[in-house]
Each structure stands twice: as structure tokens, then as C-alpha cells.
Design a protein around this ligand. Structure first.
Ligand code: BES
Ligand code: MN
Ligand code: MN
Length: 481
């Protein structure tokens, strides 16, 4: 282990305090997608900036402009940029994370209040919204800074930080900030960055750490069907009018088959089939159908073939139907014809798909299918947000350092994964900085990001903090050799 014993001992000795600090962060309901919580996203930015400053990180909160949401104009939460260390002999690593979270309400089915940390000592699980996505990992970096500051240890690398508060809502404003900082070259916050590390994803199972070299992109759509001036009584109007829900369900039913084949013409254009080399990579992963089904909480794998299931998540596009806004969803048997309904769906994208190209195909297809319905209803299809897919070179020194760190902390060789989820800003960093990016997750497959009872295992939080620190030392070693 190249990290000093003092550092890893400090992490162990301060574990309880670190968990309490995670509790403080969870208690700020920084939900970026809920206009009424915007103040809490700002509060979370202040809290995080205060923590960074305590450990000597120089920071600046960058305003990102305004946003239209739920019919209001709101200030976007700031991004926090930071720096510590300026030694030209050391490598400079940029860390990214997000301090906003998904919505959560106890009534969704949580066993405890989502915004009060519940630490179950018996199972070692830390429950709370944001525990794994992405407050735990951000606090892992704080733990590393805390240790070095308190022990008066020099950091083995120069660090730069980019933390945002809009990731769960499409990272509004951040692309422009990154591009403008990158364009400032030596004068910008990202001057001299040699590589990027992002801790914002999960292991493939519950036992094997992983390094991630790819993410799918995303393209999110809203399909609106309207017609009547108001909700109607189905006894009075049913049978004499075109109904928006019927049209919407028909169209949504034409997007994807039950076994996951996307029906939009041209969506698969340019996607290479996996060659023998790539297939072998899926064979090598420590993963089983059981891992998938126990994390998902149901026997629902769409194939009995391990590699088919893995490729479905890692290297193929997918289309999911998310919900219908405006449809009747209460209890009981209301006899209503909803006047206007919004169907939500998104595609996960893989190279060479781009949101721009896919959007053209989606719109053309939905328009032609709607025309075939021959109704007198109105249809509007809107692209809400998206991001391009990303794949990196896993043989780069950045990955080598993380591999060594994983072996030192976990005594295991990591899985190398591509993720099905999306962090759109990853490709923005890659395009603007031209450096290698590595994803080094802290949490496990069953953490339940975005779900009820989201958790982070205390052991992942504590060992994960050692892992993040040890990775920096391994990067430091490379510079010396
Ligand atoms: N941490 C996730 C990204 C992620 C999800 C990585 C699943 C690995 C597996 C991130 O916070 C997230 O939820 N991203 C959104 C992005 C979207 C809102 C643009 C996603 O993937 O849905
Ligand atoms: Mn996340
Ligand atoms: Mn998320």
C-alpha cells in the first residue's frame, strides 16, 4: 500500500464522525427537480463549500443563470469550482460530483424518513436519499481532505474540484461553464488537469469493486396529446370523441417491444456488433443473473444468458417508458377522460448515437405513427434533455492507478465495467479537456439509487474513502517513476 498508514488509520478512527457528517448532508433535501426545494440546493452548495474551505481548498461558486421550471423562473444552483495544490512536479486530478438528489417522500414506501439518515448498526447500512448518489462519494473526498489537513500530510497530487447541483435534472448550465473554463487555458480553473476522476456509479454486484470506462448517453422525451378543453365525463362523451389517452397509449406501445427491441427506424444505425474480444470482456466479469435479480428485487431478467443481460445494460441502446402525467392515477374508479396527457420516455444511447440524430428519428417516427391514427387530436413531441455516450481507454495510467488502489484496499482485482446510466458531463469534460476520465465508484449494485430506501454500506463509505485517497497516492507514484 503506497498510502501512508497514518492516512488509513485516520479514516478508521474517524469513521463515526464521518458517518455523522454524511447524516448532515442527507438532512439537506437538495432536490434539483423540485422547484420548492431550490433553496435547499443552494444551502447544500453553501454547506459543501464551507467543508472544502475548512481543509484549505480555495473555491468559487459560479452562478449558472436561470431556469424555467413548473411555470416559474428560478436561479440555477451554482457550480462549486475548487483547487488545492500547485506543485508543478505533481499530477493534477480533477474531481467531479453532484450535490443534488432525486426527489423522495416517506409515502413512496421508505421505511424511515428519507432526509434523516438512518444508520442501522446491525446491518451496517446507512439509509437516506443521496447516501450513495452522490453525497456519500463527495463526502469520501472530504474525508480524504480532512485526514490530510488534520494530520498535516501533503496531498500526493494537485486537486481541482467541480461539484454541481443540477445533475439529476440534466446539468443545466454546466456544459457552458466547462467550455468557457477550458477556453481560458492557463487562466482557467481546469488549467493543468492531467486526468479526471468521477465517483458517481456503482459496483456491478455486492462483492467486487469496479472501475468504469463507459457510460450510456440519454435522450429524454415528452409526448403530449390533447384535444378536449377540459377533463370529460366518460358516460357523456365516451363513444363520441377522440380520447387523448387512447392515442397516447397506442403511440407509446409502438416505441419498444416487450423484449426490448426499439421500433424507431434507424435507431440502431452504425452500432457495431460485439466482436470476440469484446464478448470475452463480459465473460470475465464477476456477475450473475442472480446479482441482477437480487439488486432489482424480482425474477425479471429478460434473458437467461449472462452476457446478453450484461450487453443489454452496457453496450446496447434501450428505450424505457417512464410515466404519464395528467392521467388519472388516484385510488378508486373515476370515470374520466383526461383532457391532456404527457407520456414520458427516454432512450439510453451508445456510440455512435447522439441525442441530436436520435431526436430527428424519434420525431419523424412519432409524427408518422400519429398521422396514421387519423384522429382530430393534437400531438406535440418535445426533447427535454440528453447527453452523449462516453467510452474511455481503460489501459490509461489513470485506470492503472485506480486498479492498484483497489487491490491495496480491497485485496481484489476490480471488474472493468461500462455503465448503463448516464452522467452527461463526462463527455463534456472529455471533449473540452482532452484527458482521460475514470469512474471510481463507492457503492454497491443494491444501493437503490433513485429508489426507496436508498443506502450506502458503512464499509463502502469507509473503505471507499481509503480507496479514493489511495488512488491519489498511486497517481503520485506514477509521477515519480
Ligand atoms: N449516478 C447516476 C448515474 C448512474 C446511474 C451511473 C446508474 C451508473 C448507473 C446519476 O446521478 C444519474 O442518475 N444520472 C441520470 C442522468 C440524467 C438525469 C441525465 C440518469 O442516468 O438517469
Ligand atoms: Mn449520481
Ligand atoms: Mn442519480
Amino acid at each position: 500500500m503506497v498510502a501512508p498508514q497514518q492516512f488509513t488509520d485516520f479514516i478508521d478512527q474517524n469513521a463515526d464522525r464521518f458517518i455523522q457528517r454524511l447524516g448532515e448532508a442527507i438532512a439537506i433535501p437538495s432536490i434539483s427537480g423540485d422547484a420548492s426545494r431550490r433553496g435547499d440546493v443552494f444551502k447544500m452548495a453553501d454547506w459543501l463549500e464551507g467543508q472544502l474551505n475548512k481543509y484549505g481548498v480555495k473555491t468559487e461558486k459560479i452562478p449558472l443563470g436561470k431556469q424555467q421550471i413548473e411555470g416559474q423562473t428560478l436561479d440555477l444552483p451554482p457550480a462549486i469550482l475548487g483547487r488545492i495544490g500547485d506543485d508543478p512536479k505533481k499530477k493534477t486530478i480533477l474531481l467531479y460530483g453532484h450535490f443534488d438528489v432525486q426527489p423522495a417522500d416517506k409515502s413512496d414506501g421508505w421505511d424511515h424518513e428519507p432526509f434523516q439518515m438512518h444508520y442501522d448498526k446491525a446491518s451496517g447500512k446507512i439509509f437516506g436519499r443521496g447516501s450513495t448518489d452522490d453525497k456519500g462519494p463527495i463526502l469520501g473526498w472530504l474525508n480524504v481532505l480532512d485526514a490530510h489537513h488534520t494530520l498535516k500530510l501533503d496531498l500526493p497530487v494537485n486537486l481541482r474540484f467541480c461539484f454541481e447541483g443540477m445533475e439529476e435534472s440534466g446539468s443545466e448550465g454546466l456544459d457552458e461553464l466547462i467550455a468557457s473554463e477550458a477556453a481560458k487555458k492557463e487562466q482557467g480553473w481546469f488549467a493543468g488537469v492531467d486526468a479526471v476522476c468521477i465517483s458517481d456509479n456503482y459496483w456491478l454486484n455486492t462483492r467486487t469493486p469496479c472501475l468504469t470506462y463507459g457510460l450510456r448517453g440519454i435522450a429524454y422525451y415528452q409526448l403530449n396529446i390533447s384535444g378536449p378543453g377540459a377533463d370529460l365525463h366518460s358516460g357523456i362523451y365516451g363513444g363520441s370523441v377522440f380520447e387523448p389517452m387512447t392515442a397516447l397509449i397506442t403511440l407509446m406501445g409502438k416505441l419498444v417491444t416487450q423484449d426490448g427491441r426499439i421500433l424507431i427506424p434507424g435507431v440502431y444505425d452504425g452500432i457495431q456488433a460485439a466482436d470476440a474480444n469484446e464478448l470475452k470482456k463480459y465473460e470475465d466479469l464477476d456477475y450473475s443473473i442472480d446479482d441482477l435479480e437480487s439488486a432489482a428485487g424480482g425474477k425479471i431478467a429478460n434473458s437467461a444468458e449472462r452476457s446478453t443481460v450484461l450487453m443489454g445494460r452496457m453496450r446496447n441502446p434501450s428505450l424505457s417508458l417512464h410515466g404519464i402525467e395528467g392521467a388519472y392515477s388516484g385510488a378508486g374508479a373515476k370515470t374520466v377522460i383526461p383532457a391532456s396527457v404527457n407520456g414520458k420516455f427516454s432512450l439510453r444511447l451508445v456510440p455512435p448515437q447522439t441525442p441530436e440524430d436520435i431526436t430527428k428519428k424519434v420525431i419523424a417516427y412519432v409524427e408518422s405513427e400519429f398521422a396514421k391514427l387519423n384522429t382530430r387530436l393534437n400531438m406535440k413531441i418535445e426533447y427535454l434533455h440528453g447527453g452523449k455516450p462516453w467510452v474511455a481507454d481503460p489501459s490509461h495510467w489513470n485506470f492503472e492507478a485506480a486498479k492498484k488502489a483497489t487491490e491495496a484496499v480491497y485485496l481484489q482485482t476490480p471488474n472493468y465495467t461500462r455503465e448503463g446510466g448516464s452522467i452527461p458531463v463526462t463527455l463534456t469534460f472529455a471533449d473540452n479537456l482532452g484527458v482521460n476520465i475514470m469512474l471510481l465508484p463507492m457503492g454497491r449494485a443494491d444501493d437503490g439509487a433513485h429508489s426507496t430506501n436508498e443506502k450506502l454500506d458503512a464499509s463502502n463509505f469507509i473503505k471507499g474513502s481509503k480507496l479514493l485517497g489511495t488512488y491519489l497516492y498511486e497517481v503520485g507514484e506514477i509521477t515519480k517513476s
